[in-house]
Design a protein around this ligand. Structure first.
Ligand code: BLA
Length: 243
C-alpha cells in the first residue's frame, strides 16, 4: 500500500544527489515465509546528511509499514526527518506520522526550523489530530506541529499522498536554508543530541515486538541496534550476562 510513497521518497532522495550505500550484512532484507512477510531496507548517502535510512515491511493484507529517518551532518542543527506510515489490515487502521524531529525543545529553535511544518499542519488539518502517544513522550524529539493521524483506508488514499510530497519538499527547503547558514547549536552538541535520539528511540521503539514476531529475536535485536538506531548501546553491553 505504501509503495508509491516509497517510490516518491527514494526518487526525491536521488534527485537531491543521494547514492545508495551498503546495508550491514544480513539486515538489508529478511523474510518470514510462513507469515508471508518481507522487510527491506535502504541506506542513502545524501549531501548534507550523515545518514538516511529507509525501511519497508510488507506482510501483505495484514501489515504494511514505511519508516524513514534522516540524520543531518553534525554541523547542521536542523531537526531530523522522521516518518512512520503503518497499515494494520485486521482493524483496517492507518497510523501516519510525519515530523521534523527537533533536537531540543526550545521556542527559538522551533521558530527557526519549524515554520514550514507549522503551515503544513494548517494546510492538512486531517493530520492535525491531537492523538495521545502511548510509547513515546510527545515532548522529546517530537515537534508541536507533527503531522499525525490514526484513520482508515480513505485517509491513506485521499490527502496522505499530497501531504507526503509536500512534507518532503518542505524538509528539502529547510535543508537548503540550513546549508547556507551557520548553526546555532555547535556540532559537538548536535552529535550528542543525535546519539541521545538513537538511545531514546531504541528503548521506546514500539516496533521491536512486531519485528520479533516476524523475524525472530536475534535478527530484530541486530536490526534495532545496528540499523535503526546504531548509536544506541548494543544489547550485550547494556544487559547483565545471561539475561
Ligand atoms: C507507532 N510505530 C508505531 C507502532 C508501530 C510502529 C508498530 C505502534 C502502532 C500504534 O500506535 O498503533 C512501527 N516503528 C515501526 C516500525 C519501525 C519503527 C515498523 O521504527 C521501523 C521500521 N516512529 C518512527 C519515527 C517516528 C515514529 C521515525 O520510527 C517519527 C515520525 C513515530 N510511531 C511514531 C509514533 C507512534 C508510532 C508517534 C505512536 C506511538 C505512541 O502511541 O506512543
Amino acid at each position: 500500500m505504501f509503495d508509491p510513497f516509497l517510490e516518491i521518497l527514494n526518487s526525491s532522495i536521488r534527485t537531491q544527489g543521494g547514492e545508495a550505500k551498503a546495508v550491514p550484512d544480513g539486515l538489508g532484507e529478511c523474510r518470514n515465509e510462513e507469515k508471508g512477510s518481507l522487510i527491506k531496507s535502504w541506506l542513502w548517502q545524501v549531501p548534507g546528511f550523515r545518514r538516511w535510512r529507509v525501511s519497508r515491511l510488507d506482510a501483505g493484507e495484514s501489515l504494511q509499514v514505511l519508516n524513514s529517518v534522516a540524520y543531518p551532518d553534525y554541523n547542521i542543527d536542523q531537526p531530523l526527518m522522521g516518518l512512520d506510515l503503518l497499515w494494520f489490515g485486521k482493524g483496517q487502521k492507518l497510523v501516519a506520522i510525519l515530523d521534523f524531529q527537533p533536537l531540543i525543545q526550545d521556542q527559538a529553535y522551533f521558530d527557526h526550523h519549524l515554520q514550514g511544518l507549522k503551515s503544513l499542519q494548517s494546510r492538512f488539518p486531517e493530520l492535525n489530530s491531537k492523538e495521545t502517544m502511548r510509547s513515546f513522550d510527545p515532548n522529546q524529539y517530537f515537534s508541536p506541529w507533527l503531522l499525525f493521524c490514526r484513520g482508515g483506508s480513505e485517509q491513506a488514499s485521499s490527502f496522505l499522498p499530497e501531504a507526503f510530497s509536500a512534507f518532503l519538499q518542505c524538509y528539502w527547503e529547510l535543508h537548503l536554508q540550513n546549508s547556507q547558514q551557520v548553526s546555532l547549536i555547535p556540532a559537538a552538541k548536535v552529535k550528542q543530541l543525535q546519539i541521545a535520539y538513537d538511545v531514546y528511540n531504541a528503548e521506546r521503539d514500539p516496533a521491536h515486538g512486531l519485528f520479533t514476531s516476524h523475524f525472530g529475536k536475534a535478527w530484530s535485536d541486530r536490526f534495532l541496534h545496528e540499523f535503526l538506531f546504531p548509536a544506541s548501546t548494543k544489547p550485550e553491553a547494556s544487559l547483565p550476562a545471561g539475561s
